[in-house]
Ligand binder design. Structure first.
Ligand code: NAP
Length: 357
């Protein structure tokens, strides 16, 4: 556990207003702290907390013990020339031990000094302040995690085997303290606020999900039957993205909407990018977690990626002409291939049961 640093919020930041149909971001009229460095360019910084020009980027990762989160931590810890020892948020000592074990196995010459681990919850501002203190960038990899209802799994299985039975899908629920509203909206909003409060975080990279324009996407039905907050995971994620986007340009944002996540090796597939769920119309709608992690690390370093939200999928290994995305430079090229396109956050609009701005 790292000690809680004492750091005053930067007076240069002021929370944006987030009301009605407009998202408005403002800078305070009197700026008393010197300008913060750009996380992406790692340019020279003049305040005492920031490292010198060209210094490795200091990254905080929430959901660091998760399946994609631990892959991001691995890539960050494996590249000390580009990244300072990453700081990850996990929820328990058990997750912390598991993450350290994963890194020990995966990172050459790993020692515990190559990583900082904060135990905490997205419901706690002080935990999030410890995560973000003196960091240049924040990667958001927290998510409400649906759990299957066991009887429904059995029914779904039987419906597959019995020819005269109508096919049934398994049903899911979210634990009471882990609803999409709590984790994906309020928890993510709190992370954005903590990033802004830190006075040092300049860039926020969020791993969200494809399907955010679709009110009737299957994923929004998970946990249904209760109130709006216990389902609609894609829409709560969307709301949190909009909250972040509204803080531009004070916080730079890169929002990645992956399709179905695969536990397959990274660096073997050509990656596909798009916006507004158009990739869902095609037949390539999934992507390995390891490739998502590579895209996150490349996006952290890409000086051009300051305000972009895009969808991500992959071809099968060996398909395509451009080849796999293996390096941070490949990621910058991939993002550049969007030619300035970014998500249209007026979708899905007022038909969403989750109130969107
Ligand atoms: P994951 O393994 O489910 O990890 C989610 C992480 O969030 C876990 O580390 C969990 O901590 C953490 N978390 C949950 N509630 C928290 C809280 N209250 N405070 C702090 N941490 C909390 O993630 P993944 O499957 O790699 O997915 C990464 C992202 O991609 C997610 O946003 C997911 O929704 C999205 N996505 C997934 C799919 C898919 O096919 N599964 C498709 C598209 C997008 P613990 O480890 O302690 O539980």
């Amino acid at each position: 556990m790292m000690p809680a640093p004492a750091r005053a919020p930067s007076p240069s930041l002021r929370a944006p207003s987030f009301r009605g149909a407009r998202l408005v971001s403002r800078r305070a009229s009197v700026v008393v702290s010197p300008p913060r460095r750009r996380a992406s360019s790692r340019a020279a910084a003049s305040d005492g907390d920031a490292p010198a020009a060209g210094a490795p980027l200091r990254v905080a990762v929430s959901g660091a013990g998760g399946r994609t989160g631990s892959l991001v931590m691995k890539l960050l810890a494996s590249d000390p020339a580009s990244f300072a020892p990453p700081r990850g948020l996990v929820r328990s000592p058990k997750s912390a031990d598991k993450l350290r074990g994963t890194l020990r196995d995966a990172v050459p010459d790993f020692s515990d000094a190559r990583v900082e681990i904060v135990e905490g919850d997205v419901g706690s501002d002080s935990d999030l302040d410890r995560l973000c203190a003196d960091r240049d960038a924040l990667v958001v990899l927290t998510s409400a995690v649906p759990k299957p209802k066991i009887p429904s799994l059995l029914v779904a299985l039987v419906s597959k085997i019995v020819p005269w039975m109508e096919a049934r899908r398994p049903e899911f629920y979210f634990p009471e303290d882990g609803s999409p509203e709590r984790v994906d909206w309020l928890g993510q909003k709190a992370q954005v606020d903590a990033a802004a409060r830190s006075g040092s975080v300049r860039r926020v990279v969020v791993v969200s999900s494809m399907g955010g324009t679709q009110v009737d996407n299957f994923l929004n039905t998970m946990g249904g039957g209760g109130d709006v907050g216990s389902a609609n995971i894609l829409l709560w994620k969307r709301k949190a993205e909009m909250y972040l986007v509204a803080r531009s340009p004070e916080l730079e944002h890169v929002v990645v909407h992956p399709g179905g996540l695969l536990d397959k090796p990274g660096g073997e597939r050509e990656l596909l990018v798009g916006v507004d769920d158009r990739l869902l119309d095609g037949d390539r709608r999934s992507v390995p977690r390891a490739d998502v992690a590579r895209v996150v690390c490349g996006a952290l370093l890409d000086p051009s990626a300051v305000a972009v939200s895009f969808d991500l999928a992959s071809r099968e290994p060996g398909e395509g002409d451009r080849g796999p995305t293996r390096t941070n430079e490949d990621v910058a090229e991939l993002i550049a291939s969007l030619r300035g396109e970014t998500a249209d956050y007026s979708k899905p609009g007022k038909k969403s049961p989750v109130p969107l701005p």
